[in-house]
Design a protein around this ligand. Structure first.
Ligand code: PMV
Length: 327
């Protein structure tokens, strides 16, 4: 009753921001992302009969945040119920990148947990079913069940069984790089669930934002199919800025950016105007992710390193689906 899985985070090109059902964590619209190699979460799950409760550790420390622990325990409850298992589990998880800083650690975290916990509990589920399970932990985690370019379907069924991701193109379809410019250390202040909830309840821009998503998805699929970098960049920046616009329009406004985030936006746009192919995207935190074709990676790294407030740059590329077994 023990298994280990490794999963990778993903970065959305067409953003997910809003839920159609909170209890089942169903998205209000689709989204489309790239799963990233170069960053990973490895999780071991062991159901142990003598345990009196679930024991969860992250990066070598017992999880001290009770809310974060509850999220894991509730997720394990779903697996226990499906597999008819009654024992508690020991969960040991490591991220090789900063946790909870807008770097989608919840995506790789719940994808790895879905794969490891279901296997440890004896469930032999398809990636699609595991994707719908991972979604219960975090909406973006559903996308990390597949490698390469991945689309999340919002589904229409009330039980959420059709709200899962599906692959659009494999990792080697397009040799892109994703450079992650870290603009601060430490954890983000408004988590994505809270930010989304406030946006949905109070932003007059929420509904118009949701109405833009299907068109962005259709155009993004086409851009990926044709490997049209400038079209991809145009749609991805537009989706990112509209997602943040709807959040900024909440009451009180949800603003994830810092001054360095804004400097990076301007710098990337100027570089593109000067002929360097690159575009940015930003999630529920102040870091900026920059996509570029592999051959200009060094130029983009130089440009990002020059900006005041950029503390570190991580490099990732399209990566694989989760793997089961010791890393
Ligand atoms: O998976 P969650 O609930 O942490 O939400 C992720 C939201 C964004 O990262 C901002 C956008 C996305 O599509 O990943």
């Amino acid at each position: 009753m023990k298994a280990t899985a490794t999963a990778h985070p993903n970065i959305a090109l067409v953003k997910y921001w809003g839920k159609r059902d909170i209890a089942l964590n169903l998205p209000a619209a689709g989204s489309l992302s790239v799963t990233l190699a170069g960053l990973s979460t490895t999780t071991e799950v062991c159901f142990e009969p003598h345990l009196a409760e679930d024991v969860v550790s992250l990066d070598g420390h017992q999880l001290s945040d009770e809310r974060a622990r509850r999220r894991v325990v509730e997720f394990l409850d779903l697996v226990r119920r499906a597999a008819d298992v009654e024992t508690y589990a020991r969960v040991v998880t490591y991220n090789d990148f900063p946790t909870a800083a807008g770097l989608a650690s919840s995506a790789s975290g719940f994808a790895a947990l879905a794969v490891a916990a279901s296997s440890a509990a004896g469930l032999d589920w398809s990636p699609q079913r595991l994707s719908a399970l991972a979604r219960r932990g975090s909406g973006s985690a559903a996308r990390s069940l597949f490698g390469g370019f991945v689309e999340m379907r919002p589904g229409t069924k009330p039980d959420g069984s059709d709200a899962h991701a599906k692959p659009v193109a494999p990792p080697d379809h397009w040799d892109l790089r994703c450079l992650i410019a870290l603009t601060t250390r430490g954890e983000k202040k408004v988590g994505s669930t809270e930010g989304m909830g406030r946006t949905q309840q109070t932003s007059p821009l929420f509904q118009p934002w949701i109405e833009t998503v299907d068109d962005d998805l259709r155009q993004t699929r086409l851009a990926i199919d044709k490997r049209d970098f400038s079209a991809l960049g145009r749609i991805a920046e537009r989706s990112c800025l509209r997602m943040h616009a709807t959040a900024i329009g909440a009451d009180p406004g949800v603003l994830y950016w810092n001054a360095t985030t804004v400097s990076l936006i301007h710098r990337i746009r100027r570089a593109r105007g000067d002929g360097l192919p690159c575009f940015f995207t930003i999630d529920a935190g102040p870091h900026v992710k920059v996509f570029c074709p592999a051959e200009v990676t060094d130029d983009v790294v130089d440009l990002l390193s020059d900006i005041d407030g950029v503390r570190d740059i991580l490099t990732a590329r399209p990566g694989p689906a989760p793997t089961l077994g010791a890393a």
